[in-house]
Design a protein around this ligand. Structure first.
Ligand code: 5GP
Ligand code: MN
Ligand code: MN
Length: 319
């Protein structure tokens, strides 16, 4: 795919990513936004995302993100990044009515919702894909910083198995632009507020292991979230911490989002394909990291998930 060719004639260009945007979503959208603004100064370029967490305020232009989703004229080209269009939230309408829809993603569950689809499940992150698509000559420190943030967030600072030699080569090139990458990693990935640390502690303390310690689950109810005045952004990282418990193959973290409704995050050590399970329940993601929204009591949700996890363990034994 030739990024600039695809939007050569476009006067109005829109960009958006998934609801509850994470580091890769924000990094890839901002990287693309900064790049397009630079190479297409004549175009009217808009970026829409739910309000990013404060840690991302170090990215140039982040304050230009439109989180109001007001009435918009039709877009000539609209980019859907790091997701299929069903998780664009309020930007879905802009995407669906655009003359040309471009979908760039690395989720294995993305079956292609654009007129142009660039979906590479082997890629570490959508930010790495944007890095590959943009003209290297036009890269600058600010674009590099945005894309680097995206890559470190989706690879857990190059820890997860989605990190490939190309990922590290891209990262090596990006840090050559001279931004303080060490500080960036500390401030956007590892640093937690006191409140986030308290909730993490609580979630770990109340976690329960089952299936002989191969699975672990932790549930956060609305009452507890309200007590800490926590938002979904404060819960990032909890499921990875659960997954790192010795012996755990599959970690489940879920929090109450409404009456009998839970947002579920799944992580696998490699034996279980959690994307398959999340997709079954209407969500999606990657083989080792996926999510979905499920209805019922927390016990119903855990029971339903357990059945699918157990099924995969049995299938594994049979093969
Ligand atoms: P997390 O557990 O961090 O929210 O998400 C893990 C991965 O699964 C991410 O790549 C995310 O985009 C994907 N994911 C999480 N929730 C959903 C969902 O409800 N639907 C889909 N399609 N993907 C999800
Ligand atoms: Mn994402
Ligand atoms: Mn991603």
């Amino acid at each position: 795919m030739k990024l600039l060719e695809e939007c050569k004639q476009a006067k109005r260009i829109g960009i958006s990513g998934h609801i509850r945007p994470d580091g890769d979503c924000i990094g890839s959208c901002m990287g693309l936004y900064l790049f397009l603004k630079k190479v297409r100064p004549d175009a009217d370029i808009h970026i829409f995302l739910e309000k990013p967490a404060d840690i991302f305020s170090c990215i140039r232009g982040v304050e230009e993100i439109d989180s109001d989703y007001g009435k918009q004229e039709k877009f000539d080209v609209f980019f859907c990044l790091d997701t299929a269009s069903d998780r664009l939230g309020q930007a879905e309408e802009y995407f669906c009515t655009a003359d040309k829809k471009i979908n760039i993603d690395h989720h294995v569950s993305n079956s292609g919702c654009g007129d142009v689809n660039y979906v590479i499940p082997e890629a570490s992150s959508t930010s790495e894909l944007i890095y590959n698509l943009i003209d290297g000559e036009q890269l600058d420190e600010e674009i590099a910083k945005a894309l680097y943030i995206g890559i470190i967030h989706d690879t857990g600072v190059f820890q997860y198995s989605n990190t490939a030699p190309e990922t590290l080569r891209a990262a090596a090139h990006l840090i050559s632009f001279g931004f303080d990458f060490s500080r960036l990693i500390e401030e956007t990935f590892y640093e937690k507020t006191y409140l986030q640390t308290q909730i993490l502690g609580r979630a770990l303390l109340e976690s329960i292991r089952f299936m002989d310690g191969k699975c672990v689950v932790s549930v956060l109810d609305k009452k507890t979230m309200d007590f800490y005045e926590a938002t979904s952004q404060d819960l990032e990282g909890i499921v990875s911490q659960l997954r790192s418990i010795k012996g755990v193959e599959c970690a489940i973290f879920m929090y109450e989002t409404g009456v009998l409704e839970y947002k579920v995050s799944l992580r696998s050590g490699g034996r279980i394909n959690v994307s398959k399970i999340a997709s079954y329940f209407g969500g999606g993601g990657h083989v080792r990291a996926a999510g979905c929204t499920m209805n019922g009591t927390s016990h119903d949700v855990i029971n339903n998930l357990s059945l699918h996890i157990e099924k995969q363990f049995i299938e594994e034994q049979d093969t």
